[in-house]
Design a protein around this ligand. Structure first.
Ligand code: NAI
Length: 356
């Protein structure tokens, strides 16, 4: 495991939040505010210890900064983690205590949903802080971000098709979708509508049943690992992080990897293995930015049409990344990181021009 100081050295601010009365123990990590307020969700998870929670907050907030930068947003990157079991420890008191810590940062950090937190929770957090997105439509929020995240992944996949096969369509292609939750099942719908054949898997029978009822044309499997060697053109990880290991990189049948899951690369170097195996990898933080674009839009008062238009630009940003990777002779992940850092440095330096 990398040391906290190595991972955290470039972070702007890390805040530990403790409230004994509610049992709150949380960490808010701000990687960068070079482009604007740090935006990123709150993960509620039973971490084994505080070191594990801190490392997760540091890594996730960095990825959020790159995601916002690649999406062309005027937001920086941040992420919060609440240490605990959401099914046992979540309460109004705890969420509101957390909201007060978010408020204490005065808008330097804006929160949203993540694993273990939902729109209803953000409505509660918002009772103590105005720096909250991902709220319910009834409270002026944008609701479930899975719809636009899936749309963005689809646009990223179309860009991969354009880059590799010279046509921005998945018609006639076979796509494997691993994970059929809020993102994966919407992606299945988009792919079928575009004329692709879909083979999909989930570990949860209820998720499979729901997709079968909605999309009877999708071929369903109960073993997600079978998708790695399945005869498909595109592999789309839409479940948890770490799906792409060195073993997966060498066994993968698909020529394209493009999915919604965060942190798909299990280890440093897997992107190089994928490239060496002739697999085109669309960096996760580039193609899954739809949810972030949605909640960013909510900050100024949500417009679904405007957010959707923003997400459609993932097609162009994915092509930019793939083009830059080819030109610079680096992997797509390195290319995306370079483009993000370039934008953060360039735009961030504009503050040298004083506006009286
Ligand atoms: P979800 O919790 O709604 O769905 C995840 C699905 O994956 C569940 O149906 C679960 O049973 C399944 N699953 C778990 N382990 C699996 C495995 N080993 N193989 C196959 N399926 C498995 O989550 P959601 O919102 O669909 O998110 C999916 C991924 O996309 C996550 O990595 C998330 O961090 C990422 N993401 C989600 C965004 C959003 O707006 N919802 C935005 C950006 C990224």
């Amino acid at each position: 495991m990398p040391s906290v100081f190595t991972v955290g050295a470039q972070h702007e601010q890390v805040v530990f939040c403790v409230d004994a009365a509610s049992g709150l123990r949380a960490i808010i990590a701000i990687y960068s505010t070079a482009l604007g307020p740090a935006l990123g969700g709150t993960r509620f998870h039973p971490y084994v210890d505080e070191d594990a929670a801190l490392l997760d907050a540091l890594a996730l907030s960095r990825a959020m900064a790159y995601k916002a930068a690649c999406a062309g947003l005027d937001f920086g990157g941040g992420k919060a983690v609440i240490i605990g079991d959401p099914s046992r420890d979540k309460s109004e008191l705890l969420l509101r205590a957390y909201g007060r810590f978010v408020a204490s940062l005065g808008g330097r950090y804006i929160t949203a949903c993540d694993v273990g937190t939902y729109v209803e929770d953000m409505d509660v957090v918002a009772r103590e802080s105005r720096w909250v997105t991902g709220r319910s439509p009834a409270q002026g929020g944008s609701g479930d971000s899975g719809v636009l995240t899936a749309y963005g992944v689809f646009e990223g996949m179309r860009a991969c098709a354009e880059y590799l096969w010279g046509t921005p369509s998945l018609v006639g292609r076979r796509v494997a979708v691993a994970g059929l939750g809020k993102v994966g099942r919407r992606l299945v719908g988009r792919l079928l509508a575009d004329g692709a054949a879909v083979v999909a898997a989930d570990v949860d029978q209820a998720a499979l049943d729901r997709v079968h009822a909605q999309y009877p044309d999708a071929e369903l499997r109960t073993d997600p690992d079978a998708l790695i060697t399945a005869d498909v053109d595109v592999y789309s990880p839409c479940a948890l992080g770490g799906a792409l290991t060195a073993e997966v990189a060498s066994a993968l049948y698909a020529r394209v990897v493009c999915g919604g899951a965060n942190n798909q690369l299990a280890d440093a170097g897997v992107d190089e293995r994928l490239a060496a195996a002739g697999v085109l990898y669309a960096p996760d933080f580039v193609v899954n930015a739809g949810g972030l674009i949605q909640v960013a839009d909510e900050v100024e008062g949500y417009s679904h049409e405007r957010a959707q238009a923003g997400v459609s630009r993932i097609f162009a940003s994915t092509l930019d990344v793939l083009g830059h990777a080819e030109q610079a002779g680096v992997t797509s992940t390195v290319a995306a990181t370079q483009l993000a850092e370039r934008r953060m440095t360039g735009i961030g330096q504009l503050r040298r021009i004083l506006i009286p």
